[in-house]
Each structure stands twice: as structure tokens, then as C-alpha cells.
Design a protein around this ligand. Structure first.
Ligand SMILES: Cc1cc2nc3c(=O)[nH]c(=O)nc-3n(C[C@H](O)[C@H](O)[C@H](O)COP(=O)(O)O)c2cc1C
Length: 280
């Protein structure tokens, strides 16, 4: 599949941006984002709805709140889902694809699952009762210099670091790490998965390779949040997006499937979620 943006380059360029210039998105930028969002499908088969908010469109003109975490953002995108199995993973996949596309346009973004005024945003997008609003992201032109708050947030989450390969990827069993050499043609996609953003940078993804199938597990380390949301399922969807889009760009054919389980004894607090299977 041809993507309208360079996937690997955008993954390398993306990072959380919390300081913006205040310059509004141009009508062309907003149109590009909206039209790409309408073209998005995810492998989990659950619809994800995107709501674009320019600052002035917040309920009764009030500023949309992020508890001071985000400075100078001119617009936001909120993503909503029905309360269904795999909806959080679908949201992670689709919103990350949109934010990578925004990166390719030179725009900044930042996943926010905790530090935003959920009820203010819910009012602004006229959230219907049956839907969940787990996350939002600002969209805008990044400032050259990070604000002190941005620097502190990055330092607290150790945002520039990722766990080593041998803590994330496994070969046949969870007792045997998958080396880059053994990953073969999948090494680039796994390296890009490793760069995925995650809530509090916990990196809950664990991937087990069995033959040409990759089983994705969630190592749960956070309690459920509001609306009973396990935000780490969103992280798993983001990881699937990096892995899946990279393989599509490399023209390595396969698809995500939900097996009944990952066929391996998993470590404590580690739960099977879904798999990616190569097309023979
Ligand atoms: C699902 C999700 C929720 C997040 N929620 C917040 C948040 O509430 N506040 C915040 O400042 N950053 C939040 N982040 C950003 C992470 O802290 C950040 O992605 C991580 O530290 C890695 O840094 P990077 O995005 O620059 O690579 C969230 C990220 C994800 C994926």
C-alpha cells in the first residue's frame, strides 16, 4: 500500500510537542488532516471518530483545558470510540497514523490521556453518552524552544529513552529474547515499533515471534482510568500502527488477526491482545 507520507521518516521525527507558536493551522493544513482522517481504516474493525477543534470553537469560547501542560496550541483533535472489544487498540492505531501524517506536514502533536479537562472537551465535541473519549492531542506549529513544563514532563517520563530489545521482543518463548539478527526482514519494523509513544512512557508492548507470526501482549502496569479505560490498550494499538505501517511501506505482506490466545506461557501481568501474521 502506498502511504501519503514517508512512514519511517515520520516515526523518527515524531516526538511529543507541548509548546506551540500559537499560529493557527492554515485552512489547507486543516483540510489535509481532515481528509486523511476520513480515509483511515484500522485492522481492528472498530470505527474511530475524529473531532477537530480550533481554539475558538470550545464551548462558549472558553479555552480548552490541559492543566497548563500544553502551551500555545491552536487546535486539537479528539478521538472517540464505542465501548467495544478492541476499540482502544483501534483508537491507538488510527490516531497514531493521523499524528504521523501531521508530523510529515511539519506539525507537532502530543497524546494526552490524563492531563486534559475531559468534561470541557466532551462538551466541545458534543460527546454522546454511548461513546468514550480516552485521549486528545493538540495540533500546531512547534516552538523552537521547549517550555520549562515540557522539559519537566519529558524528564519525568524519561521520554528520550526506550527499553532495550531484549526486554520487549521474544523468540519462540518468553525466556528467549529475539535478537535483531534473528528478526531478519522484520528488524526495521520492530525497531520502529520500539520508538512508539506510550502513556507515561511505560512501553507495555511485548512481542513474541513464532515462525512468521508476531503475537502482541500487554504488560499491564497501570490501573484502569476513568470510564474503565485501560490506556495501555491504546499503547498496544499505537505499537501495531508503527509495526503495520512500516511493513506496508516495505511491502511485506500480512495482516493483523485475533487468535484465541498467543499460544505461549506469558510472564505475570502480561496478557495476549492480537497477532500479525505474514501472508505465505
Ligand atoms: C496513550 C498516551 C497517553 C499519554 N498521556 C499523556 C498525558 O496525559 N500528559 C502528557 O504530558 N503526556 C502524555 N503522553 C505522552 C508520553 O508521555 C510520551 O509519548 C512518552 O513520554 C514518550 O515521549 P515521546 O512521545 O516524545 O516519544 C501520553 C502518551 C500516550 C501514548
Amino acid at each position: 500500500m502506498n502511504h501519503p507520507f514517508p512512514v519511517q521518516q515520520s516515526i523518527h521525527q515524531r516526538h511529543s510537542v507541548r509548546s506551540y507558536t500559537g499560529q493557527p493551522l492554515s485552512p489547507a493544513e486543516l483540510n489535509q488532516l481532515k481528509s486523511y482522517s476520513q480515509s483511515l481504516v484500522n485492522p481492528f474493525g472498530v470505527p474511530v471518530r475524529f473531532h477537530f477543534l480550533e481554539h475558538q470553537t470550545a464551548a462558549e469560547g472558553e479555552k480548552l483545558g490541559t492543566y497548563g501542560v500544553i502551551k500555545g496550541a491552536s487546535a486539537f483533535v479528539a478521538a472517540t470510540i464505542p465501548p467495544k472489544p478492541l476499540a482502544l487498540e483501534a483508537l491507538g492505531y488510527s490516531l497514531e497514523a493521523l499524528l504521523l501524517y501531521a508530523t510529515s506536514l511539519g506539525l507537532g502533536s502530543c497524546w494526552l490521556g490524563g492531563t486534559f479537562d475531559r468534561s470541557g472537551f466532551a462538551d466541545a465535541i458534543h460527546l454522546v453518552e454511548a461513546e468514550l473519549l480516552p485521549v486528545i492531542s493538540p495540533l500546531g506549529h512547534p516552538r523552537d524552544k521547549r517550555s520549562p513544563g515540557d522539559k519537566i514532563a519529558r524528564w519525568l517520563a524519561r521520554s528520550d529513552q526506550r527499553l532495550p530489545w531484549d526486554r520487549l521482543f521474544f523468540d519462540q518463548t518468553f525466556s528467549q529474547p529475539l535478537t535483531e539478527a534473528r528478526a531478519g526482514r522484520y528488524a526495521t519494523a520492530l525497531a520502529l515499533l520500539r520508538l512508539a509513544p506510550s502513556a507515561a512512557n511505560r512501553q507495555p508492548w511485548r512481542v513474541l515471534k513464532l515462525g512468521q507470526t508476531f503475537h502482541f501482549y500487554e504488560q499491564q502496569s497501570m490501573k484502569e482510568g476513568r470510564q474503565g479505560v485501560d490506556i495501555q490498550k491504546v499503547d498496544l494499538g499505537i505499537a501495531a500502527c508503527h509495526f503495520g505501517l512500516c511493513l506496508e511501506e516495505q511491502q511485506i505482506a500480512g495482516s493483523f488477526i485475533c487468535a484465541t490466545d498467543g499460544q505461549a506461557e506469558a510472564p505475570p501481568h502480561t496478557y495476549y491482545r492480537f497477532s500479525w501474521q505474514a501472508r505465505e
